[in-house]
Design a protein around this ligand. Sequence first.
Ligand code: IMP
Ligand code: MG
Length: 182
Amino acid sequence: MVQSSDIVEAHGLKFQLMLSEAAIAQRVREMALELQRDYADKKPLLLGLLNGAFIFAADLVRQCTFPLEISFVRVSSYDGLQSSGRLTTHFGPDLELRGRHVLLVEDIIDSGQTLHQFLPQLQSLQPASLRVAVLLVKPEALECEVPLDYVGFEIPNKFVIGYGLDYDGLGRNLPGIYQLKE
Ligand code: IMP
Ligand code: MG
């Protein structure tokens, strides 16, 4: 990872700063206020999707001043031959969603396939409510209907890294978000 001001490099590709650390922090604070309005008396269970959402989830919960719980779940493609194959889900050992107000926390929605498959799995565990908070959405890339209850930023259909998002393992630790340069 080579870094110089607004341009970073990962695996030989150049990425240009799109959202600064300060801009992200400001939007995360606003999202926490929206959550405060809807969840202050509900003691929600925030469920972060690993790996990408770990930084967004960590920043978001620290801006929330009401009681909540946080847990993480990992989903991966079941069939290595198909990018949109069946999902396998790796829950923590004692995750109980029944009757809870569950808020899924995701880094980015691209095609929407992941959540399109994963949300029904969560719904079958009978939460009291189920909503989605996502930092980034690429509206032009959406292929399926996904409920987007809390959205940070709508961004162009270009690959991005930083703030938890990676390109083949690199870039997750960048404080800002960078988009692939043409
Ligand atoms: P979807 O199933 O197509 O909506 O893709 C969702 C997942 O793909 C995200 O949780 C990310 O892990 C990954 N992803 C999609 N777009 C990007 C990107 O621009 N940069 C890094 N990861 C991405
Ligand atoms: Mg993700």
